[in-house]
Ligand binder design. Structure first.
Ligand SMILES: Nc1ncnc2c1ncn2[C@@H]1O[C@H](COP(=O)(O)OP(=O)(O)O)[C@@H](O)[C@H]1O
Ligand SMILES: [Mg+2]
Length: 326
């Protein structure tokens, strides 16, 4: 449905994105994940045909975004980062205006606008001035205008930014409902959003793609190490050294004292938590527990502490940054 091939965009001498390539299959929800300035908006604007790339090509529903931008625009619904909503228009009037601009058949407009307002939950504010709406409702109106032409591809640039927690949940729910009907690309810098909504994640940083995978594979497959959290009672230094010497261990760090729970403090224990990072697929639970018991220390807790998607993201992004500096 969407194919980007080595998209590159310069703003003067500044490279906003470089060699961005990816494919999106029909019906999938793809999360474009990256920190601010990563190049998400630039890539999305190129896909909508609003912004010509400096080099590279992109096709949406088989049409080239540069040479066939009219066909592309017909098939796309776009929620820009800053929705240019007309604050002195009523919701229904604004949607009627967009329907006209988008060239919807006159006879179908009324019905379509009614359907979309229902779907996006703005029917009850149809006669309210956009300027008087909360941010969450404005975002709904923005999504409604993107959906008017019944697009095959929906491009949502940071759809939940600036919303309060309740509004965020509502907008995510709306996106989930839309997911079955269109191919959706949404950008975000919020990780849980990606695991909640997306089948596929494209991580972009410094204008380059650093990973493309499912949220599940990113959390498991990309892990370069396995982590154990072990809580032990005994001489901290000796325990640390002994753990480091176990086969396959990459590093051992102690968790902050602040993490001591109230229960431990009451019992007067001198317990310390260690995070033992070992080579990938290296299960140290048996060796670690045997070691601790043999030395006569107290094993209070031992559990796998695998990396969250967040840690993987940070790692991918900082690794990139370090390589760029080197
Ligand atoms: N119109 C512009 N002129 C110059 N530089 C821009 C412009 N738009 C974006 N940039 C730069 O391009 C890079 C990517 O920006 P953007 O695509 O907006 O990232 P994101 O949406 O991921 O935050 C940033 O370094 C940004 O400063
Ligand atoms: Mg952006």
């Amino acid at each position: 449905m969407i194919e980007a091939d080595r998209l590159t965009k310069y703003y003067d001498k500044h490279t906003a994105i470089r060699d961005v390539s990816f494919k999106v299959e029909k019906g999938t929800v793809v999360g474009f994940l990256g920190p601010n300035g990563a190049g998400k908006t630039t890539t999305m604007r190129i896909l909508t045909g609003c912004l010509p790339p400096s080099s590279g090509t992109a096709r949406v529903a088989g049409y080239d975004v540069l040479t066939d931008s009219l066909q592309v625009r017909r098939r796309i619904g776009y929620l820009p980062e800053n929705v240019p909503l007309y604050t002195d228009m009523k919701v229904a009037d604004y949607l009627a205006f967009v329907a006209e601009v988008k060239g919807l058949e006159r006879g179908r407009r009324r019905q379509r606008i009614g359907e979309i307002m229902e779907k996006c939950g703005v029917a009850k504010v149809r006669r309210t001035l956009i300027g008087a709406l909360s941010r969450g409702y404005r975002q709904r109106v923005g999504i409604a205008q993107a959906l008017l032409n019944d697009p095959e591809v929906l491009i949502l640039d940071e759809p939940t930014i600036g919303l309060d927690p309740r509004q965020i949940i509502e907008i995510r729910q709306l996106i989930k409902e839309l997911a079955g009907q269109s191919t959706v690309i949404l950008s975000t810098h919020i990780l849980p959003e990606v695991s909640m909504l997306c089948h596929q994640v494209i991580i972009i940083n410094n204008g380059q793609i650093v990973a493309v995978d499912t949220p599940e594979n990113l959390t498991t497959g990309l892990q370069r190490s396995t982590k154990l959290r072990i809580r032990v009672e005994g001489p901290v230094d000796q325990i640390g050294i002994a753990l480091t010497q176990l086969p396959g261990v990459l590093r051992v760090v102690t968790e902050d004292e602040a993490h001591l729970s109230a229960g431990d403090a009451q019992a007067g224990e001198t317990a310390q938590s260690f995070i033992v990072e070992s080579e990938r697929n290296c299960d140290l639970r048996r060796e670690a527990s045997r070691l601790i018991v043999e030395r006569g220390w107290g094993l209070l807790e031992l559990r796998a502490a695998d990396m969250s998607l967040e840690e993987i993201f940070v790692r991918l992004v900082t690794k990139e940054a370090q390589e760029a500096q080197a």
